[in-house]
Design a protein around this ligand. Structure first.
Ligand SMILES: CSC[C@H]1O[C@H](OP(=O)(O)O)[C@H](O)[C@@H]1O
Length: 355
């Protein structure tokens, strides 16, 4: 979903503009870091792992164009606060640039680009590994035949990844193995990542999916129609608390009450040893306009509230570890998500202390 391209005027980043989906497939061209920051802030490029990859390429772009890589790193890291992957990717490329700065500007820029490309490649590998671990976990948790009925929230497919995604990649693996009975897709208000993006990816991959409003999920649990919840993550704290798209926490409570597995699928770059617990996670507050004027078919807002209406619009919420059945990473499955297990995973995580 993001490409480094050489052009006559110098290198550029091109990326699929996710704000235009599903109506239009439009590629944005970012020739400088301010353009990439705008793309991140408007969610033209979004999703924790892809934000890390984009952040790393952003530092490389600044360096390749002779701009201040340190300033670029600061601007990119500040563009969205919750997904730790963004800071991780930016730091990775900036560290590579600094380590080679003494060898000249061109070699330093090349080192930053190499770091970004390596992160891109690693994320694709992680996506494939998580798909395998996640499907094996579902088969273990849900031994009955007939396939799995998975409910997912927001969007966690190839649009957020160097590969096929995180939670969505597990559903895709189940489908390919003939073990996906159905995918329930939460529309995910207010920006409708589920309706606009997960439905788009499910349709393109031929998955049996059904869209639902977020507030309809409870009745599905009551009807016994959900075998497992699969979601992504934007930051996993050292105590196992999980920050993810707003609406994830209510699903975790529903899953607990109805004894349905609630599974988080995230690469280890989403784990942040430097954030002690859920209360320490900075939850991005977004403009109320996104609630009062949700995106229409072509991105323009549909006014759904009286002018001047104030709206509460946290982009994420935090699920405590005791409501999480398991965390699936590229290294394997962690359950329970408390105690020594999360501590050991944090210690092994490639994540440098960001916070
Ligand atoms: C697996 S990363 C996808 C993750 O990112 C989404 O947030 P946003 O659309 O605001 O970038 C959401 O939390 C997804 O779970």
């Amino acid at each position: 979903m993001i490409r480094w391209e050489e052009s006559p005027g110098g290198p550029v980043l091109t990326l699929l503009d996710q704000t235009r989906l599903p109506a239009e497939e439009v590629r944005l061209v970012c020739a400088d870091v301010p353009a990439l920051v705008r793309a991140i802030q408007t969610l033209a490029v979004r999703g924790a792992p892809l934000l890390g990859i984009a952040g790393a390429y952003g530092v490389a772009l600044a360096a390749a164009r002779g701009r201040d890589a340190e300033e670029a790193a600061t601007l990119l890291e500040r563009s969205r606060p919750t997904a730790v992957n963004l800071a991780y990717g930016v730091r990775l490329a900036a560290d590579a640039w600094r380590a080679s700065a003494g060898e000249g500007a061109e070699r330093a820029a090349g080192a930053a680009l190499a770091a970004a490309r390596e992160l891109h490649r690693r994320d694709a590998e992680a996506s494939s590994a998580m798909a395998g671990h996640g499907l094996a976990l579902l088969d273990e948790l849900l031994p009955g035949g007939g396939g799995h009925r998975i409910l997912t929230h927001c969007n966690t497919g190839a649009l957020v990844s160097g590969g096929e995604g995180t939670a969505f990649a597990v559903a895709l693996a189940a489908h390919r193995a003939g073990r996906l009975r159905g995918l329930w897709v939460d529309e995910t208000r207010p920006l409708l990542q589920g309706a606009r993006l997960t439905a788009y990816e499910a349709a393109r991959n031929g998955l049996p999916y059904t869209l639902l409003t977020d507030n309809a999920a409870g009745s599905l649990f009551t009807a016994g129609e959900v075998d497992a919840v699969l979601i992504g993550a934007d930051r996993i704290a050292a105590d196992g608390s999980v920050a993810n798209k707003v609406g994830s926490y209510p699903l975790a409570v529903l899953a607990k009450y109805h004894r349905v597995p609630f599974v988080v699928v995230a690469p280890t770059t989403t784990i942040d040893p430097g954030t002690a617990d859920g209360a320490s996670i900075v939850v991005e507050q977004r403009p109320g306009r996104e609630v009062t004027e949700p995106p229409g078919a072509l991105g323009e807002g549909l006014v759904v509230a009286p002018p001047g209406t104030r709206a509460y619009n946290p982009a994420f919420d935090v699920t405590p570890p005791e409501l999480v059945t398991a965390i699936v990473t590229e290294e394997g499955v962690l359950s329970p998500v408390t105690g020594d297990g999360i501590a050991a995973l944090c210690a092994r995580s490639r994540q440098v202390t960001i916070s």
